[in-house]
Design a binder for this molecule. Structure first.
Ligand code: FAD
Length: 738
């Protein structure tokens, strides 16, 4: 089936599926209509919507049918200005039919920075990834009936739909050695690996970092480190395996996947071009394996080096490609770089499972079972040789990574404009940020303040690969910036990936089964208000607006997560998805681990809740943060700005609070948690809490093939009580009470 026809079918299937959600009350009519406009486009919606909803015109569903009809009529009979307003209203609705398997590419909604008269309707084209089973992913690679679900999008809003980057995707870049006498090599790495200094080649006892392609800045200031590397007998290498590197190639594997953030990264720094080479983009039409095989054939490569991916479903996919290549006599070697350690190599042996989920436990595991040593980072090559033959590539634009939504008049909505202003995506930008951080990190105070840059702000660069964790760790050590603390933070990162390898459902399912029984709210209005920074609580709103406008938020992630879960009772998965859609550093494993912990169902769940007002006293005591992101409150005096309801006429300048009974809500939330922790039912049997933890642990071990835990000792984790302080700001990243 031609691709466009398949995509149209996918869109229609999605529409039908969402219609079923409307029927069972899980999606509302406006949301459904918005999704239709986005998925089908204006023309198609105009011509087909009424026939799509025709089955509802029976007596049972007639009221729903008439609601949908009136939305349709209203929408298509509006003038341009009215339409913008309506589109805005529609855009505020979120899809319920999330594709949880991956960071969704949800629609961007109306945001604080948008002026009403800029509102407009859009046609969105983003496409969600397939549901996250490894089979699905493999199917995608192999082009066997991939459940690529087609556009899921919504109409809408003004500057909407930010297609976020899902997991580090399956980009592939390749290098071919043309040097006579050396083995022909294809280097396959993730995009993040491509630009980073992080790829590590292990040879015997040695760990060697693949040099980054354009670490010019780094090269200038890393003599000391280079000497140390050489002094330690390490071999300094540029690109893996071959001194004569082949052309870097980026092979785009996922059909239809839009990844604007990657696009921005790529367009900003085609690293290879700075050192005498350039990046060749290849688009795999349906099967990455086929394209890769063709490239191997074309280049005569006998070795493939690949950056390892850790998401279980992507690893499965890689395994298939590797084994297929090996069958053809191509040697494949996976290079570990995105984390400090290969999460699949971390073992609990000698440490046990008690405390699993905490970073201390994780670090003990790493210490006890060191596995391969953390090598010195190595410098990048000064230049890359030009190959005799360049593979034929396509332009970056052809990959369709950054398709912006369009208005009806055809103009583009550039939702990323503010984000571009906020970040320098180039590697130079990353290095400058790193340098700045290293300059002040010695005096770094862990204050959890929103109004001061108290952390490195490097996570997007770590995510996209302009910086590698190994270099960061090394540089931080050199700069003496409280290395143990910093090392701990990077260990958190690794811990998240370890958890994901143990529990592949981490982004979707509450890890602690009893918590699946928690009753969550489905108040879409609350969700929208939270997403848009219109909850009426200035600290929460400031953070959510910052997130929208810049793709970033730091410590405030804890505040907004607490608010969503403990005060609005919205499922943590909603927060996870929104963060995936909006964060520049959106990372499947870290994001999921943190939201699970915030939702109290993770391995290391939070023992605090950040009260949206009280937390402001410590996070933003002079209200400069709130003044910056909620300018309509800027003139309020300090003592009122975090509680504007005491003085502002609502609805005109600043939204009214969406919930006011914080104390009761918090108390109810605690009761709910206490309840599910007290009793949980499995197969009709009621288990006491005291048995639950052990049972869970044993079940996990059995499922994961881990050794059985030792007999329990010591006290069980404490259930939070209403006497707990509501707004403790723990120092640095959150740790448990343990
Ligand atoms: C609800 C929630 C969702 C989150 N989602 C993400 C996410 O999608 N991607 C992401 O990178 N971080 C996430 N974090 C963790 C943390 O907030 C960010 O890593 C941090 O704010 C990034 O800022 P920084 O680079 O200045 O961090 P720094 O404090 O300077 O730390 C340096 C690096 O260590 C790592 N790190 C720091 N804290 C943590 C942590 N608690 N867990 C894991 N790694 C950590 C990050 O890679 C970070 O860049 C989330 C936190 C919460 C509460």
């Amino acid at each position: 089936m031609p691709h466009s026809v398949a995509a149209a079918e996918d869109s229609k299937a999605l529409v039908r599926k969402t219609l079923r959600e409307v029927l069972v009350g899980r999606e509302d009519p406006e949301g459904f209509f918005a999704m239709c406009v986005s998925a089908l486009g204006h023309q198609e919606t105009r011509s087909q919507f009424l026939s799509l909803i025709q089955p509802l015109s029976t007596a049972t569903n007639s009221s729903l049918h008439s609601i949908l009809t009136s939305i349709y009529r209203g929408y298509f009979s509006k003038t341009e200005d009215d339409e913008l307003e309506l589109a805005l209203a529609l855009s505020l609705l979120e899809m319920k039919d999330h594709q949880l398997s991956t960071p969704s590419q949800q629609s961007r909604l109306q945001q604080p920075g948008d002026r009403p008269n800029q509102r407009c309707s859009v046609q969105l084209n983003s496409v969600s990834q397939p549901q996250g089973s490894s089979h699905a992913q493999l199917a995608d690679v192999e082009n066997t009936n991939s459940p690529q679900t087609g556009a899921w999008v919504k109409a809408g809003p003004p500057q909407t739909t930010r297609e976020t980057e899902p997991q580090k995707s399956t980009h592939v870049d390749e290098y071919k050695s043309e040097t006579p006498g050396t083995s022909q090599t294809v280097c396959v790495s993730r995009l993040s690996g491509l630009f980073s200094k992080q790829d590590t080649v292990e040879e015997g006892d040695q760990m060697m970092d693949e040099g980054d392609l354009n670490q010019i800045e780094k090269l200038k200031r890393s003599k000391k480190r280079r000497q140390r590397c050489k002094g330690a007998g390490q071999q300094v290498v540029g690109l893996p395996c071959s001194p004569s590197a082949p052309p870097p190639v980026l092979l785009w594997l996922r059909r239809d996947l839009e990844m604007s953030n990657y696009w921005q990264s790529l367009s900003k720094h085609n690293a290879a071009s700075l050192i005498g080479s350039h990046l060749v983009f290849l688009k795999a039409n349906g099967s990455s394996l086929r394209t890769l095989k063709e490239l191997v054939k074309e280049t005569g490569a006998r070795t493939v080096l690949a950056t390892a991916l850790y998401e279980p479903w992507l690893k499965d996919m890689d395994d298939v490609v590797v084994s297929a290549l090996q069958k053809h006599g191509v040697e494949c070697r996976m290079i570990h770089s995105y984390c400090l350690r290969d999460p699949y190599s971390v073992s609990t042996e000698g440490v046990g499972l008690r405390g699993i989920g905490s970073v201390s436990h994780f670090m003990s595991c790493c210490r006890q079972n060191p596995g391969s040593v953390l090598g010195f980072p190595l410098d990048s090559p000064g230049s890359l040789p030009t190959p005799a033959h360049w593979p034929q590539g396509v332009s970056l634009g052809t990959l369709g990574l950054a398709r912006m939504p369009r208005r009806k008049d055809g103009t583009t909505i550039d939702w990323a404009a503010n984000i571009r202003k906020s970040w320098d995506f180039s590697e130079e930008g990353a290095c400058a940020q790193l340098e700045a951080f290293l300059d002040w990190c010695v005096d770094m105070k862990e204050s959890g303040r929103a109004d001061a840059p108290n952390t490195s702000c490097l996570s997007p660069y770590l995510h996209f690969g302009q910086l590698s964790p190994r270099w960061l760790l090394w540089d931080a050590k050199e700069a003496r910036c409280r290395p143990p603390k910093f090392q701990r933070k990077l260990a958190w990162r690794d811990l998240a990936y370890w958890q994901l390898t143990l529990f592949p459902d981490l982004p979707w399912e509450s890890l602690r089964p009893p918590y699946k029984d928690l009753r969550w709210s489905s108040d879409l209005g609350h969700l929208k208000a939270w997403q848009q920074g219109r909850t009426g609580y200035p600290l929460v709103d400031a953070a959510m607006r910052q997130l929208w406008l810049t793709g970033w938020m730091n410590y405030m992630r804890h505040v907004v997560a607490s608010f969503l879960i403990a005060y609005l009772y919205l499922p943590w998965q909603e927060g996870y998805r929104w963060f995936q859609d909006t964060l520049m550093d959106a990372d499947v494993a870290i994001d999921a681990m943190k939201w699970q912990n915030g939702g109290m169902c993770g391995l290391d769940h939070w023992n605090f809740v950040m009260h949206p007002v009280d937390a402001a006293m410590t996070c933003d005591p002079y209200a400069s943060y709130v003044r910056k992101w909620c300018p309509e409150l800027a003139d309020l005096p300090d003592e009122l700005i975090h509680k504007p309801w005491k003085c502002v006429v609502f609805g005109q300048t600043y939204p009214e609070r969406i919930v006011t009974d914080l104390r009761e809500r918090r108390s109810r939330s605690l009761q709910e948690v206490a309840l599910v922790r007290r009793v949980w039912t499995v197969c009709g049997q009621v288990h006491r809490v005291s048995e639950k933890g052990e049972r869970l642990e044993r079940d996990y071990c059995r499922i994961e093939g881990l050794p059985q835990p030792p007999a329990p000792q010591g006290r069980a984790r404490r259930t939070p009580t209403s006497k707990d302080r509501f707004s403790i700001v723990p120092g640095g990243a959150v740790s448990s009470l343990r």
